[in-house]
Write a protein of this length. Structure first.
Length: 161
């Protein structure tokens, strides 16, 4: 078999993280993947004078660690602020300016769960842990009804001479 030569020239140099978020307490979840920020508030990052620098460093951290977790409640963020953060994480690390928020077509569902205020947003996917459980209970309940109905029919047919 022949061998192919591959030209591995980078299109651009990888981004280097600055020190703007080094003041945040964190724990690396494993040596390879995941970082947890137990007390960090995204609202504080947004309100900082160097907000864009911090968001850029956060985006690079997410790329390096694969996933980050914010354990402190983030309920002081508006929907618009959440969308802004998401958009800026991309734009500050090279996403083209003309590209906006994107929801995967699989999740672009008109039956999306409503947010806490009862509205839906095509750029937001709501995850609610209780919904799958309720769907499961409903499924079990429907199966029980079908089984009970079938059992009654069988009992009636067995009782008839």
């Amino acid at each position: 078999m022949g061998s192919a030569t591959v030209n591995l020239k980078l299109i651009r140099t990888p981004l280097k993280k600055g020190t703007s978020i080094d003041h945040l307490d964190y724990v690396d979840v494993t040596p390879i993947i995941g970082r947890e920020y137990p007390t960090a508030k995204l609202k504080h990052i947004l309100d900082a004078p160097n907000a864009k620098e911090q968001l850029r460093d956060l985006a690079i951290t997410i790329c390096e660690r694969g996933v980050v977790f914010f354990r402190a409640a983030q309920d002081d963020l508006s929907i618009d602020e959440q969308k802004y953060i998401t958009d800026m994480l991309g734009k500050l690390t090279g996403k083209p300016e003309e590209n906006g928020l994107h929801v995967h077509p699989l999740y672009n569902d008109p039956n999306n769960c409503p947010m806490a205020d009862g509205t839906t947003d095509k750029n937001m996917w709501v995850t609610n842990q209780s919904l799958p459980f309720h769907a499961y209970l409903e499924s079990i309940s429907n199966k029980k009804i079908k089984v009970m109905s079938s059992t009654r029919k069988l009992q009636k047919s067995c009782m008839q001479p």
